[in-house]
Design a protein around this ligand. Structure first.
Ligand code: HEM
Length: 93
């Protein structure tokens, strides 16, 4: 993921993400997970941002080749994800 240009995997990214011209590195990722909308205005990533103390361990996790340690902030990410997934389910009902 690091050193890869934004919106270049097989996923229907938002126009905002495709137009962003970001190449992910430590600095751009830190800023994006802290506040997705302020880095890519109009992104569909509905995740309000991580606390400062959770960002460094996340970057370490994404950089590690072997990923033997689980990422300690995972519970927060899952909670945010389930909140969004739950909202979608409700709005389709
Ligand atoms: C620590 C947690 C997370 C990290 C590090 C992260 C990171 C990223 C990154 C780097 C991208 C851009 C990908 C690319 O350029 O290929 C992205 C896109 C996206 N993420 Fe996340 N994300 C996280 C959590 C979440 C959560 C919880 C959700 C859902 C609630 C979410 C939904 C999305 C969506 C929908 C996109 C596409 C956005 C667009 O096209 O505008 N992410 N994420």
């Amino acid at each position: 993921m690091l050193e890869r240009r934004a919106a270049t995997t097989d996923y229907p990214y938002s126009k905002a993400m495709r137009d962003s011209e970001i190449v992910w590195d430590e600095a751009t990722l830190q800023a994006f997970v802290k506040s997705p909308q302020s880095v890519v205005s109009g992104t569909r990533m509905a995740f309000g941002g991580l606390d400062d103390q959770k960002i460094d361990p996340l970057i370490d996790f994404l950089q590690s080749k072997h990923q033997t340690q689980p990422y300690a902030g995972l519970a927060d990410v899952l909670t945010a994800y389930l909140r969004v997934a739950g909202d979608r389910t409700m709005s389709q009902a």
